[in-house]
Write a new protein. Structure first.
Length: 454
C-alpha cells in the first residue's frame, strides 16, 4: 500500500517467514492509535463522508439497473464494467503511482469521481437515464479507480509511517465498512422516498470532504518518499518480484478466486431480495448493512492484532466460503439476513489479513506495483466473475449461484493453505488432546520428531 523512503530500501523485518510467523512484530497497539496523527485524521474523516456516498451510489446503481432491465445479468455487467479497467490497466496504474506524487494525484482522481456521480444524478433526477448511461458511469469510475486505489493505499504510509501502518490499514477497512452500514440504509430510504437520483447526488457532493482534507494536510508532516524514476521494464520487474515470493503470490491467487466468484454480492443479494424473498430495496439495503456490521467488527479486531498470519488468512477464507454455502440453503429471510454478519466478519478478515500481509512483506520501493497487482486481481476479477455468476443466478437460481461462489472460496482456501504450509516447511499434524481430535500445522522437524517418538 505504500511507497518507501528509497528506491533501494530493505523490506520490513519478519516479512516472509513461514506461514506460522507474523509479518509484523507481535506488539498490540491501541485500536485507534494512528488517528493521533493529524494528516491521517483529516484523511480518515474525509473518507468517512466519501465512503458513505460511495455505498449509497453502489446500492442505487444496482437497484436502478435491476429496475430498468429486470435482469441479474445486467447488474453483473454493471459491476464488470466498473472493475474492467482495473483488470486491463491495473498494473500500469501501479507503475504510475510509484512515479507520481500521491496527494496531487488523489486530488485529480477524487474530483473525476465526483463529476461522474453528479452527471449520473442529473440524468436520473431529470428522468433521462438509460441503462447505457449507468454502464458508462460505472466504466468511468473504474478508470479513475485504476490510479486512485493504489495511490490512496500507498499514501497511507506517507501519512503514518511504518510503525502505524498495520493499524491504519485496519482502520481504513473499518472506515469503509462503517460507511457500508450507513450508506445502504440511507440509500434505501432515498430510493423508496424520492428516487435513486438523490443517492447519486449525495455521492457526488460527498467528495468535497476528502478533497478538503487533502488540501488541509501539512506537507512537512508527511513521511518523505523517493518516487520511482521513469524507466523501462518496471512492469515486468514488479511481476517478477511477486512471482519469486510464495508469501506474496499465493495470497494474491487466493483473494483472486474469492474476489472473482465469492464477493459478487451486488449480484447475489439483489437476486435474493428480488427473486427468493420477494422484498424491495429496503431489505436489500438491510442485507448490505448487516454484512457491514460483521465487516466493521472484523476490521476493528484486525486493528488490535499485532500480526497478520497466513494461516489466519487461509482459515478465514475457508470459514467465509462455508458460511456462504450455508446462507445459500437457508430458507428463512431473517436467518439469511443474520448470516450476513459472520459473512462480513470473515470476508473482512480475509481482506485485511491479505492486504496487510502483502504490504508488510513487500519492499517499500515496490509497494505501488505490488498493491496494484493485488487490487487488480481482487477487484479486477469481477469483470470475469460477475457475468458468470449473474448467468448462473439467472439460469439456476440465486441459491445455486451463491453456493457455487462459496464452494470456490472454500476449495481455494484448502488448496492454497496447503501450498503455503508446504512452502513454509510445515506439515499437517493429526492427533488427540485430552480425548479430543486435534488438527494443526507443525514445522517439518517437529513432525519428524513426533513420528520418531511414536
Amino acid at each position: 500500500m505504500s511507497s518507501g523512503p528509497g528506491a533501494h530500501s530493505t523490506p520490513a523485518p519478519a516479512t516472509h517467514d513461514t506461514p506460522e510467523d507474523p509479518v509484523e512484530d507481535t506488539r498490540k497497539s491501541s485500536m485507534f492509535s494512528s488517528l493521533k496523527i493529524r494528516n491521517y485524521r483529516l484523511f480518515f474523516i474525509g473518507q468517512v463522508v466519501s465512503n458513505t456516498g460511495t455505498w449509497m451510489q453502489r446500492i442505487a446503481q444496482d437497484w436502478l439497473v435491476l429496475s430498468l432491465t429486470g435482469s441479474a445479468t445486467a447488474v453483473g455487467v454493471t459491476t464488470a464494467l466498473q472493475f474492467l479497467p482495473m483488470l486491463l490497466f491495473g498494473l500500469y496504474g501501479g507503475v504510475l503511482v510509484d512515479r507520481l506524487p500521491k496527494r496531487p494525484t488523489l486530488l485529480v482522481t477524487q474530483t473525476a469521481m465526483a463529476m461522474t456521480g453528479l452527471a449520473l444524478a442529473f440524468l436520473t433526477i431529470t428522468g433521462h437515464v438509460e441503462v447505457w448511461h449507468v454502464y458508462v458511469a460505472a466504466f468511468a469510475v473504474g478508470l479513475a479507480t485504476v490510479v486512485d486505489n493504489p495511490a490512496r493505499q500507498s499514501f497511507v504510509s506517507e501519512m503514518v509511517g511504518p510503525d502505524q501502518l498495520q493499524n491504519a490499514v485496519s482502520l481504513n477497512s473499518a472506515n469503509f465498512q462503517s460507511a457500508r452500514m450507513i450508506g445502504p440504509a440511507v440509500a434505501g430510504l432515498l430510493i423508496t422516498g424520492v428516487g435513486t437520483g438523490w443517492a447519486f447526488l449525495f455521492n457526488g457532493l460527498s467528495f468535497v470532504a476528502p478533497i478538503a482534507g487533502l488540501l488541509l494536510m501539512r506537507a512537512r508532516e508527511l513521511h518523505p518518499v523517493q518516487r520511482a524514476p521513469r524507466g523501462k521494464g518496471q512492469l515486468r520487474e514488479g511481476l517478477a518480484y511477486v512471482a519469486g515470493r510464495p508469501e506474496l503470490v499465493w495470497p494474491i491467487v487466493l483473494v483472486g478466486f474469492i474476489g472473482t466468484f465469492a464477493f459478487n454480492f451486488p449480484v447475489y443479494l439483489s437476486a435474493f431480495a428480488d427473486e427468493v424473498f420477494h422484498v424491495g430495496a429496503g431489505t436489500y439495503s438491510l442485507f448490505n448493512t448487516l454484512m457491514a456490521v460483521g465487516s466493521v467488527t472484523g476490521a476493528l479486531l484486525a486493528a488490535r492484532r499485532g500480526t497478520a498470519r497466513l494461516r489466519l488468512l487461509a482459515a478465514a477464507a475457508l470459514v467465509f466460503g462455508t458460511v456462504e454455502i450455508v446462507a445459500a440453503v437457508t430458507p428463512s429471510l431473517w436467518l439469511f439476513a443474520l448470516l450476513m454478519i459472520p459473512l462480513g466478519l470473515f470476508g473482512m478478515t480475509v481482506n485485511v489479513t491479505a492486504n496487510t500481509g502483502i504490504q508488510m512483506a513487500t519492499d517499500p520501493a515496490m509497494r505501488g506495483r505490488v498493491m496494484a497487482l493485488y487490487m487488480m486481481v481482487f477487484l479486477g476479477g469481477s469483470p470475469v466473475g460477475a457475468p458468470i455468476v449473474g448467468w448462473i443466478t439467472d439460469t439456476y437460481g440465486a441459491r445455486v449461484g451463491l453456493a457455487a461462489g462459496g464452494a470456490v472460496a472454500a476449495l481455494a482456501a484448502v488448496v492454497i493453505g496447503l501450498i503455503l504450509a508446504r512452502a513454509g516447511g510445515l506439515r499437517l499434524s493429526v492427533g488427540w488432546n485430552a480425548g479430543h481430535p486435534r488438527v494443526r500445522f507443525v514445522p517439518r522437524e517437529q513432525r519428524e520428531e513426533l513420528a520418531t517418538a511414536a
